[in-house]
Design a protein around this ligand. Structure first.
Ligand SMILES: Nc1ncnc2c1ncn2[C@@H]1O[C@H](COP(=O)(O)OP(=O)(O)OP(=O)(O)O)[C@@H](O)[C@H]1O
Ligand SMILES: [Mg+2]
Length: 237
């Protein structure tokens, strides 16, 4: 794997809507990095991911994403954004379509796309639901459809907003293993937003927090205090 290959570079970025939410963000992400962002509700975590995904205009500063010849940035939204009346296959195919380049031979193009869709659905343990309309799936199954859609896109950078919510421990392992395998195989990086700090610290190599309008490294002492308060024991050494 080509370590230190820059995937995302954020310089002096200020995000928000009518008014600013988070100011002066600087962040570089390389291939293989998994960054987790924590912080209380309403602080701007989703807004940051949406801004990186190009869905919200930055108030100032710059975002550079290095994803040539690939599916670019894959976004697993907090509210999923699935087409609920169509099948699992159709929803995952939307990701595959947006991430596949058109080859000169349309049959080859279609076959590759189809393989990616089937593979992503299989990895998420949803093969038996492939033709089921999404609205008939459980909350956790719908989250897995959204994850499959993003994997089928083959992104260089995955942005995942609370993507493990509503999943039981077995399904969390299925989803995490699939995403990790994808990341190793396809030399990509990931930013997750995760309200569960313990889980965020287990999944990521670097934990960031949004506090007082700034994105900073998570204060480990702060983390320790919160974990002790929550679990009553020293969880991290
Ligand atoms: N489309 C929008 N237009 C204007 N303001 C918005 C919009 N979306 C969110 N906000 C506001 O921006 C702030 C940050 O919202 P955001 O969704 O980024 O929070 P969050 O940290 O993801 O919270 P949560 O943990 O609850 O998901 C909130 O005060 C919210 O009301
Ligand atoms: Mg949010």
């Amino acid at each position: 794997m080509s370590d230190n290959e820059l995937v995302l570079s954020i310089n002096n970025l200020t995000i928000g809507y009518e008014t600013g939410l988070v100011y002066g963000i600087n962040l570089d992400i390389n291939v293989g990095d998994v960054i987790a962002i924590v912080g209380p509700s309403g602080i701007g975590k989703t807004t940051l991911l949406r801004t990186i995904a190009g869905l919200v205009k930055p108030l100032s500063g710059s975002i550079y994403c290095n994803a040539p010849k690939r599916g670019g940035i894959g976004y697993i939204p907090q509210r999923l954004g699935l087409v609920r009346h169509t099948s699992v296959y159709h929803n995952v195919d939307l990701g595959a379509r947006s991430g596949t380049r058109f080859f000169s031979e349309p049959t080859t193009w279609f076959k590759r796309r189809n393989t990616r869709v089937i593979d992503a659905i299989d990895r998420m343990g949803l093969s038996e639901k492939i033709n089921e309309p999404v609205r008939r799936l459980s909350g956790g199954q719908q989250r897995r459809v959204a994850t499959a859609r993003t994997l089928a896109q083959r992104p260089k950078l995955i942005l995942a907003d609370e993507f493990l919510s509503e999943l039981d421990d077995d399904n969390i392992s299925v989803v995490l293993d699939a995403v990790k395998e994808y990341m190793v195989k396809s030399e990509s990086a990931m930013i997750i937003v995760e309200h569960n700090i313990k889980r965020a610290s287990e999944i990521s190599d670097r934990l960031l927090q949004i506090k007082d309008g700034k994105l900073t490294d998570y204060d480990p002492e702060d983390l320790r205090r919160q974990l002790i308060a929550k679990y009553g024991v020293e969880v991290l050494s």
